[in-house]
Design a protein around this ligand. Structure first.
Ligand SMILES: *Cc1c(COP(=O)(O)O)cnc(C)c1O
Length: 433
């Protein structure tokens, strides 16, 4: 398929798999290295004693915020992926505690990094002392002088808002019009101020950014530009490496790993793909997944740096039930980082998200939100689509597929209210029938 046919499919809102022509064997020099990823991972570990104190539900994990890697053979069969194409696993971030989505990784990391910086500037972190002391009065009094703010379609707000207010910060979340009511309610119940905007995600972010610029006591988490968020996400990679080893899954020249990551602005999938490429190099193949009406990352990668077109500019609506992915313009930071690393991007219709949401529950009793289903279309795209076949052929992978591992990253769902989930499920069931 030539580039113009691909672009017409994209602009017509049809599902398409785009392959990145700039994918390189070896990542070029970048400002970011695996040390940055490991620093983020260590920071999360340093805070574990404090998190256990603030969130009783983390007692069992010792303050670590992690999700299991699960094999899903029944779902694989229901998706029509035969064993000759490898094995399907799910990285279950839909079950991440406290935030209920992948945003727990990046969001918590950035709030904790800010808290750490303040505490150390004010001499509250004595050498060798436990971070648990940050739950005490002097630190809380310090944090209470600051406000942490963020713009969000919902899940990032949940993550930042809940963590910031648990530490004692004032917290404000600027919500876009597509944010679900229950997400706002959950935040208000935790003492977070929710500002509702009539516009989309980009406008909610801009409003928050503007307010923060006028007040030095407001720390704004900027989803479109933040390195701290991205590195927080990347810390998932070394953990996944351990999980793969524990499950006896090899990743090498004979055993390719394919990872399918739902993408909004690109920070979460970008951070994780960056981390995985540091660890597995050419043996890991990362694909992003976007709704057909919100393919901002694919558009940005097709256009190249500097163009900065939004999905509206090509006639798409940015309307999707996958609220976590309803973003009109990609993060420049993530797009630049992904240029040599990303294998491709594909788009999925909402109807397919609902069908897969339903199948995940029926086959494996896995409860996800619509955004989180986007990764489940990956193996089919790769194995059945002409472009997918072209990718496998080009990289000499066709014969290796029986030994391949596919990981669909399920990115959210834990706190979706019963009533809302039932509607999703019914819709998926009737589409699957
Ligand atoms: C935010 C989100 C994503 C994508 O993360 P970005 O950093 O916006 O690309 C994927 N799935 C869910 C459920 C999300 O909330």
């Amino acid at each position: 398929m030539d580039a113009s046919t691909e672009f017409s499919k994209l602009a017509a809102g049809h599902p398409v798999l785009w392959l990145n022509p700039s994918l390189a064997q070896q990542a070029g020099p970048s400002d970011l290295t695996s040390d940055d990823m490991l620093a983020a991972q260590s920071r999360l570990q340093r805070f574990a004693p404090l998190l256990t104190r603030l969130f009783p539900e983390l007692q069992a994990s010792g303050g670590s915020i992690e999700s299991p890697l699960v094999e899903t053979p029944r779902l694989q069969r229901a998706l029509g992926i035969g064993p000759e194409r490898g094995r399907l696993w799910i990285k279950a971030d839909h079950s991440l505690p406290i935030a209920g989505s992948i945003k727990a990784r990046g969001g918590f990391h950035e709030v904790l990094e800010f808290a750490e910086k303040l505490a150390s500037e004010h001499g509250l972190l004595k050498a060798g002392g436990s971070y648990a002391q940050l739950a005490e009065a002097p630190a809380r009094e310090l944090f209470g002088r600051y406000e942490v703010a963020v713009g969000s379609t919902g899940n990032l707000g949940l993550s930042i808002g809940v963590m910031a207010s648990a530490l004692g910060f004032r917290a404000t979340v600027h919500m876009s019009s597509d944010a679900k009511e229950w997400k706002k309610e959950r935040l208000r119940n935790r003492g977070v101020r929710v500002v509702e905007h009539a516009g989309d995600y980009e406008q909610a972010v801009a409003a928050g950014r503007r307010q923060a610029e006028q007040d030095t006591y407001i720390y704004f988490v900027d989803d479109e530009r933040s390195l701290s968020l991205l590195l927080g996400y990347s810390a998932a990679a070394p953990r996944l490496q351990e999980q793969l080893a524990a499950a006896n899954i090899a990743v090498d020249a004979k055993h390719p790993l394919f990872v399918y990551l739902p993408c909004g602005v690109g920070g979460a999938p970008g951070g994780i793909a960056f981390g995985l490429k540091q660890l597995f190099g050419p043996h890991v193949h990362c694909f992003f997944a976007e709704p057909t009406q919100s393919p901002c990352f694919m558009l940005h990668m097709m256009d190249g740096p500097g163009a900065a077109r939004s999905v509206y500019d090509i006639g798409l609506s940015n309307r999707t039930e996958a609220d976590g992915l309803a973003v009109p313009r990609a993060s420049e930071l993530s797009a630049a980082l992904m240029e040599p690393l990303l294998s491709g991007v594909y788009t999925v219709e909402d109807a397919e998200l609902f069908r897969h949401l339903y199948l995940a529950q029926r086959e494996e009793d896995i409860r996800i939100e619509p955004s989180a289903a986007a990764g489940l279309s990956g193996p089919g795209m790769l194995c059945n689509d002409q472009q997918g076949q072209a990718y496998l052929a080009r990289h000499g992978l066709l014969d290796l597929m029986p030994q391949a591992t596919h990981i669909a990253w399920t990115t959210g769902g834990l706190f979706v209210p019963e009533e809302e989930y039932r509607r999703f499920h019914e819709r998926g069931a009737s589409l699957a029938a």
